[in-house]
Design a protein around this ligand. Structure first.
Ligand SMILES: NC(=O)c1ccc[n+]([C@@H]2O[C@H](COP(=O)([O-])OP(=O)(O)OC[C@H]3O[C@@H](n4cnc5c(N)ncnc54)[C@H](OP(=O)(O)O)[C@@H]3O)[C@@H](O)[C@H]2O)c1
Length: 225
């Protein structure tokens, strides 16, 4: 039996792709799951499949994010493992890039992980235990044409991971990131990149980070294949 058995695990972007694979991977270990995405039949189906608590929420809307966390903790209790997985891309050159789309990418990819981390941290610190796993991207350390907002948000998420890890160092909370290359999900469609990994490959790394050595804190595992 995994150490994840009975733990409360919150996975964002769990309606499909990498988040759905993470949810299935944690469900197999006996975790009590909260699945977060915008309202959809796919999210409902994931909840039924895994017997998980689903929380429909638009991560671009800060009040919805805060309300969602209240709902998760009301239903399941304090979050032991937070997987900040949800992410979006907006493909456009910087010239003519809409401010609204820039803000939306930043809100979903960077502000929502901050809001959720800020929400779960007091409980984790009080218990002296917890894991926050941020799904960044190799685009967070490299540059990808037409993805300026995405690259900036993912670089920001790596910076947030390092800063938060240092801030809570020695208090039992581990903060880590995974930076995938090309994964076979809806996000990759139309990107021009060939899929090199399956969502389950990243879920395996996330599961490892949830139980792996605390010395990993602040780091980012780069996943290529
Ligand atoms: N696929 C890749 O090659 C790749 C590579 C590197 C990093 N990543 C990262 O991996 C993570 C997962 O990506 P994926 O490939 O699995 O993408 P995906 O298949 O497009 O799934 C994205 C997930 O995020 C959710 N989401 C999007 N906007 C949301 C919002 N405003 N509020 C709440 N949930 C929202 C989606 O649900 P709804 O749309 O139903 O709300 C969906 O569950 C992302 O952070 C992505 O940047 C992916």
């Amino acid at each position: 039996m995994s150490r994840a058995a009975g733990r409360v695990v919150l996975v964002t972007g769990a309606s499909r792709g990498i988040g759905a694979a993470c949810a299935r991977r944690f469900a197999a270990t006996g975790a009590r799951l909260a699945l977060l995405a915008r309202p959809s039949a796919a999210l409902d189906a994931m909840g039924r499949e895994l017997g998980a608590h689903t929380v429909p929420c638009d991560l671009a809307e800060a009040p919805q994010v805060e309300a969602a966390l209240v709902e998760v903790e009301r239903a399941l209790g304090p979050v032991d493992v937070l997987v900040n997985n949800a992410g979006i891309v907006h493909r456009h050159e910087v010239v003519g890039h809409s401010t609204a789309e820039w803000d939306r990418v930043m809100a979903v990819n960077l502000r929502a992980p901050f809001l959720l981390a800020r929400g779960v941290l007091p409980g984790m610190l009080a218990r002296g235990a917890g894991r926050i796993i941020n799904v960044s991207s190799i685009s967070g350390s490299g540059g990808t044409p037409l993805l300026s907002a995405y690259c900036a948000s993912k670089a920001g998420l790596l910076g947030f991971t390092r800063a938060l890890s240092a801030e809570v160092k020695g208090r039992g909370v581990v903060v880590v990131a995974v930076s995938p290359g090309s994964v076979d999900t809806d996000m990759l469609v139309g990107s021009g990149f060939a899929p090199a990994m399956a969502p389950e490959d990243i879920a395996e790394i996330v599961a490892f980070l949830a139980d792996g050595p605390p010395a990993l804190t602040g780091g980012a595992v780069e996943a290529f294949a």
